[in-house]
Structures are given as C-alpha cells and as structure tokens.
Design a protein around this ligand. Sequence first.
Ligand code: ZN
Ligand code: ZN
Length: 269
Amino acid sequence: MYLTPLVDYHTHTTFSTDGSSTMREMVSAAADAGISEIAITDHYDPDYRLDGWGEEFSQVEYQNELILVREEFKDRVTLVKGLEIGIQHGDTLNKCRQAVRSFNYDFILGSFHCAEEFELSNGSFFENRSVEAATLAFYKYVYDCLYDYKDYDVLGHINVIDRYGPYVPSYHDLMDVVSEVLKLIIRDGKGIEINTSSFRYGMGDHTTPSQDILLLYHELGGEIITVGSDAHSVCDVGYGIKWAYEKMKSVGFRYVTTFNQRKPEFIKL
Ligand SMILES: [Zn+2]
Ligand SMILES: [Zn+2]
C-alpha cells in the first residue's frame, strides 16, 4: 500500500472542449483508483485561437455540477473546485480575473496554451525563427504575463512549449529566463505543477517540468508543487502520480501541495 495519499490536481471533463468523460465519471474513476482528492480543472481559455474552444463554457453550470458531484462522492473522494485558465496578455487577463473572482474556486491553475497570439499546439509559434529563439520568447512571454497577472495559484505545465516544437532545445542558454519565471512565482507565493501527461505525449525524459527545472525550483526555495495527470478521460485519472511523488522526493521536496479555498496545504511525501 502506498502511504502518501494520492491526489490528482489536473483533470478535465466534458465541460472542456477536449474532455471525453463526464465529471461524475471522472470522480468515480478517481475513487475506484484509490485517489483521495481530485481537482477538476476544466479549461477557461477565453481567447484561444482555434474555433469552438472556450467561451461558451457556462461557469454557472460548471459550478452547480461541481457542487452536486462533490456531495455525491463526499464519503469516497474529496473534490476540489478548480479551473485551468488560459493566460494571455491584454484583455484576456481581465477576463481571467473576472472568471476567477466571480466564482468560489478552491484552486486556479494558470496555464499557457497560446503566446504572442499564436496557439502553441499547431506549431505556428515556431515559424520564421529557431526553436531556441521561439522557446526563449515563450518564457519571456510567460514572465511578462505573470508579472502583471497574479490571480492564479499554480503555473500549469511550465515547459509546455517543449511539446510542440520540432525538437526540444538545449536549455543551457534558457535557464536564466526560466529562473526569472520561477523566482517571480516564488516571490508571489505561487507554485508549479508536475504534469504527468508528458508520458502520454511521448516526451520520454523531457518531463513536465524537466529534471533541471525541478531542481532549480527547489534550489531557489520553491515549495508549492502540485501533481496532476491532465487526464481528459477516465482512463488517465491518477496516471503517474506515484512516479511524480518519487521524482519529487529524489529532488529534495518533502511535501506535495493541495488547495482549499485557494490556500495551500501540505501533505508529507
Ligand atoms: Zn493545459
Ligand atoms: Zn489541462
């Protein structure tokens, strides 16, 4: 038996355009998998560039469903009311702020799926520049946004950019800017996540975050760190959580973080 309670802090349901299981199915799967706490973090990505994504999502319905399912499963699994916001500069920041403040969420995952008005997943961000230059530009963009925007708890999949380029660049010349992002996060009392979907994306050793980023975060004094599968269907709920715990311990972290009413709590690893 695994002694540390298993928590999954990044999951999607059919409230997300790309989710394929209902909230009830996801929470039921978590209970069956021995997960003691699951954060549902559906997408609120108001200015995502692809058609059919994001804004039609009803936060009122979402909240109502969260409350119902939480009550239904309360004896088996703790349901955390989360939201994954898609951060972009400009007016998107106001939309995100508004969404976060309008509802009583426990946990806000701040993620980047776009940068400089490009969507990352279709590779357009890499056009007409080297992978190294694009990756540097990505982290600068993240820094600029997070310098202005503080209404989140944890930065989602920090090195998401590595998924979408033609190859993963050497981070030798990138660690300075990554370091600035991490210092900003720590200074603001925010955290990062280990996102185990890197294995589903076939990223091999290029985990999310990479070992180097994780080590740097620890060295800089980062303590808030959540773990999430980024599951979009029942089959991935809880995926890789034990792996993440072992990874965290090997790097020197002693606690995994959970959130209640936007306040971090710490479970000993
Ligand atoms: Zn995401
Ligand atoms: Zn996600």
